[in-house]
Write a protein that binds this ligand. Sequence first.
Ligand code: ADP
Ligand code: ASP
Ligand code: MG
Length: 407
Amino acid sequence: MALIVQKFGGTSVGDLDRIRNVAQRVKLEVDAGNQVAVVVSAMAGTTNQLVEWARDIGPLHDAREYDAIVATGEQVTVGLLAIALQNIGIDARSWLGWQIPVQTDDVHGAARIESIDTTVMRERLAAGQVAVVAGFQGIAPDGRIATLGRGGSDTSAVALAAALDADRCDIYTDVDGVYTTDPRIAPKATKLDQITFEEMLEMASLGAKVLQTRSVAMAMRHNVNLQVRSSFSDAPGTLVVNEDSIVEQEKISGIAYSPDEAKITIQGLPDKPGVAAEIFGDLATNHVNVDMIVQSAASEGQKADITFSLGRADLAKALEIIDGAKGSLGFDDVVAKENVTKISVVGMAMRSQPGVAKTMFQTLAERGINLEVISTSEIKISVLIASDYTELAVRSLHTAFGLDAED
Ligand code: ADP
Ligand code: ASP
Ligand code: MG
């Protein structure tokens, strides 16, 4: 007998028929004699709608009230799934974050899970009851509901699997595994049988939303047996594994893209110590996350330019902050560009293969795609390009790195 955590995303619980389908998948595990905790998301589209309402009623809303609103989607689906399970003869009970409880920190809207008390849940699981758990939510130290950031149900599932010391954590979604790139924009994407935690972490943080980044980091830390698979087919999924269990590592493992980025260039900055510290210090204090940064080299006594990328949602705020610091920074001008996308090539193979950057830059150049900012790490290279070229760039790189599925 095993203890299993299953997680079903928004599309998988998108309507009542799909919820009945999920109940059948849970039943298979119960019938096999396993103890099962099921984590569910809100129905597809629901959280987007709730976020939009929160923004419309007050663009600068109180984050605690935002959480009170956006956490409701999961309250509906846990109740519905618990009833669907009871209808087919399975003992099941719904759990909201505060009822378990899932304790988080106080960062409303993007909270981190600090601990999960599984005492009562373990007793119920041992007695044969299925726990149907609301993903994406917990309770903050102020006693109020907190949400975990978009896509956070993945993290709820992994955290619960770690806390319960589960044998498996199966993430059921609307694709049948992790692909070499988003199969929705690259029809030739190939499903991976396995991917390392490190690569999955990079892919997720660079835009592959099939798993929330934090869920991968947590699974890696707690050695959770993590698998991504489809709610709609029985095809084998993708296992996320430790590096040493993958033998062949000659290829790039994937291409990720992150839309909704923006770019700011501050022109004519005095070339002296402390300038970058002041700019990025001010942005950090105001919770603006900056990603890629380049500074143009200034010749002796000349001025310098600094260019950086950030989330588009933060652009207006960042420009306001920079404008406010114009007096002390003494720059000439600031230029912003919306509609840029970050494209990244990811893979362990990069550590041992020279020439990945060359192939990437050449492929994009041949298609007339200009690179606005470049950044690298040990296992990835990212470039910022105009958003209009996103699909072309992803597909061309996919082909250039030999990742296309065979027809
Ligand atoms: P869920 O609601 O089940 O959590 P998400 O929409 O959050 O599902 O994540 C699944 C989606 O992730 C897929 O539909 C796919 O478009 C997207 N995706 C992006 N990159 C990848 C990738 N490399 N492999 C698989 N899916 C990806
Ligand atoms: N419902 C939440 C969202 O849409 C959490 C999740 O689906 O993982 O972000
Ligand atoms: Mg998701």
